[in-house]
Ligand binder design. Sequence first.
Ligand code: FES
Length: 170
Amino acid sequence: MDHSIENNNSINYQKIDQIIDKYKSDDSMLIRILQKTQQEVGYLPMKVQSYISERLNIPISTVNGVVTFYSLFSQDEQGKYTVGVCMGTACYVKGAQEVLDAIKKELQIDVGETTMDKLFTLKTSRCIGACGLAPVITVNDDVYGRLTPADIPSILYKYIKTHKKTEIQL
Ligand code: FES
């Protein structure tokens, strides 16, 4: 099947073709192509992985092996904001689990899931090097420290509000 003119579920296969053509002669081309494709599409669903595998003539098991091995790749659609809860030792000792539980409760999702409105994805991480601020969470590039579960609703609400404002402006 020729995907180059197909725009299935808003996946731009033409753009993926451009990425493949640009990077296919690189040594580390598969990782590079997957990275660039994820930047373009937002995530790497199975149909995109199989398209790349066909185009590069690499077994799908190899492509999927790379996608599942590296945590930077995601097979599921991600929210606009990724909430990362540090579960490193310092954060854990200072109550990261309670903070994580508060976020799960507020967003009604589990770790690895995305809210129905595609606004938030919840993840956990290892130490992010801000132990002095433990317990710490990140929301995209923003870092919040010395948290208690009671801080969570207002932090999340800030992003909900920003998102609504952007939507109204559009
Ligand atoms: S353990 Fe959380 S920032 Fe280091």
